[in-house]
Ligand binder design. Structure first.
Ligand code: MC0
Ligand code: CO
Length: 136
């Protein structure tokens, strides 16, 4: 597979608006708008930095992956995933499976900004939740 760059770092937050006060007002980053991704039960804010972005994620439900992550983390946010950009997501998924590693998503799903995304299980990556992302 061909990994191009770190597409984004996914940071779980309990409150997106509150979090932006630090990332925008203090760090001087610019949020390029927000989007609700129903499929993932999240509200997302993207803050580009060079070739990569910080992705701030607030849960829209009490049972989504971000809500669960925050619960398990003692009610605090934190780095929830790292996303790598690939040029062919179907090929990347197939190669990971072929080598005997576990994908959470065996088919690409909708990602924020109309990306195609798929998560690879932390058991396979030795401890991080890895997102593969292809942007059209
Ligand atoms: C909008 C979109 C985009 O970019 O466009 C997004 O990013 S959406 C971002 C939010 N969406 C997602 O995260 C979707 C994919 N995530 C999932 O399906 C889930 O969150 C899982 C990663 C499977 C975790 O689910 P759950 O907590 O129910 O499972 P579990 O407790 O059995 O966890 C299985 C093992 O993985 C570990 N584990 C769980 N979450 C982890 C994380 N974020 N980073 C590193 N390790 C993690 C647990 O400690 C456990 O290890 P031990 O067994 O050793 O204790
Ligand atoms: Co992400």
């Amino acid at each position: 597979m061909n990994i191009k760059n770190v597409d984004h770092i996914g940071i779980a937050v309990t409150n997106l608006e509150e979090a932006l006060k630090f990332y925008e007002d203090v760090l001087g980053l610019k949020c390029q708008g927000t989007e609700i991704v129903e499929d993932q039960k999240v509200k997302v804010g993207f803050l580009p930095i060079g070739e990569t972005e910080l992705e701030l994620l607030e849960s829209t439900t009490e049972d989504g992956p971000i809500a669960k992550f925050i619960d398990k983390n003692g009610g605090r946010g934190g780095i929830q995933h790292i996303a790598l950009r690939v040029d062919n997501i179907e090929e990347a998924i197939a190669q990971i499976k072929e080598k005997g590693y576990r994908m959470i998503d065996e088919k690409p799903r909708y990602g924020a900004g109309n990306a195609s995304i798929a998560f690879c299980h932390p058991k396979s990556t030795k401890g991080i939740l890895l997102e593969l992302s292809e942007r059209k």
